[in-house]
Design a protein around this ligand. Structure first.
Ligand code: F6P
Length: 342
């Protein structure tokens, strides 16, 4: 049996741990595994690499992905879809393990419907994929973001400043909410709750009047300002899935706060730094369990599924269920956030 494995979309800490587990389990059953490089681009260009467990053995704690990744969309038209199916056959593959987030797995679902034997593994630091309780990479990103916020809180305190920290999170505010709560931020702004600049300014004035010397405000990069058209972007360019390049809301907000309140304000965006950290133990173990489960599905000949964490169990769910909608932050967590911050 010959199995291809690819990693698609933005990298997440734990990708190498998944591949490592896939290889270990595959070798126990004499299954050959090849890496398809740069995500779906590798399938379109037949860019592959042989993989063996010994190459990954010592990489459980390494961020990034040894087989590279990209945001290539293989289902953007019929020609690319057909090319994928043709190349899958040319490579002599019996199955494909696609490790990715919403975009990669939506493509996997469509290719499965077109006949490809695919198993999905959920990955995104954003944790916004339905069908799984957590994605690996999220815990690492949260811990890295928490440390960044705590550090900025300290320098903010020393100079009585308002510190605005912009944290990754395109459609959902999971990382901002978890890291902000864990670091004791004063205010956390997430895409799920559009906010008014005037409300933030009033909040700053009120807390300052109450005697708080410095304030820390966490804002998710995809947070929305009420009455403003869409998220703040760095660029008008879009990727192959039509996503704009987000970024800049922190700077924007900091300027507005300083203008409205007169308090010195600084903005910092840890951005990709939270994506390249060595995976936490939680993410390493989750990634390992998912890699193992993916090979089990391949061995059983079960395709069109995504392996997932539900409670403490690893289960499999239909790819169509996993990509049906974005997993936004729960209402109960938003209530908790609002009770503990505002
Ligand atoms: O992979 C998810 C993510 O990290 C988002 O939080 C962020 O908006 C995006 O990727 C950044 O993408 P890129 O690495 O292509 O700039």
């Amino acid at each position: 049996m010959r199995v291809g494995v690819l990693t698609g979309g933005g990298d997440a800490p734990g990708l190498n741990a998944v591949i490592r587990a896939v290889l270990k389990r595959a070798e126990q059953f004499g299954i050959e595994v090849i890496g398809i490089r740069y995500g779906w681009a590798g399938l379109l260009n037949m860019d592959t690499v042989p993989l063996s467990y010994k190459d990954l053995e010592d990489k459980i704690g390494e961020a990034g992905t040894v087989i590279k990744t990209s945001r290539t969309n293989p289902v953007k038209d019929e020609a690319t879809m057909n090319k994928c199916i043709e190349n899958f056959k040319k490579l002599g593959l019996d199955a494909l393990i696609a490790i990715g987030g919403d975009d990669t797995l939506t493509a996997a679902k469509r290719l499965h419907e077109a006949g490809l034997k695919v198993v999905g593994v959920p990955k995104t630091i954003d944790n916004d994929l339905k069908g799984t309780d957590y994605t690996f990479g999220f815990d690492t990103a949260v811990n890295a973001a928490m440390e960044a916020i705590e550090s900025l809180k300290k320098t903010g305190e020393a100079m009585d400043r308002v510190m605005v920290v912009e944290i990754m999170g395109r459609h959902a505010g999971w990382i901002a909410l978890y890291s902000g709560l864990a670091a004791g931020a004063d205010l956390i702004l997430i895409p799920e709750e559009p906010f008014k600049i005037s409300d933030v300014a009033e909040f700053v004035k009120k807390r300052k009047a109450e005697g708080k010397g410095s304030l820390t405000i966490v804002v998710a990069e995809g947070a929305l300002i009420a009455d403003y058209k869409g998220p703040i972007t760095k660029d008008t360019k879009v990727d192959q899935y039509g996503h704009v390049y987000l970024g800049g809301i922190g700077e924007f907000l900091a300027k507005e706060i300083e203008k409205a309140t007169g308090f010195e304000t600084r903005a910092v965006a840890p951005a990709h730094i939270v994506r390249g950290m060595s995976p936490t133990a939680f993410d390493r173990v989750l990634a390992t369990r998912l890699g193992y489960a993916a090979i089990e599905l391949v061995r059983k000949g079960v395709f069109g599924k995504m392996v997932a964490l539900r409670g403490t169990e690893i289960v499999s769910v239909d790819l169509s269920e996993a990509v049906a909608e974005t997993k936004l932050v729960d209402k109960s967590l938003i209530e908790l956030k609002n009770a503990l911050t505002i």
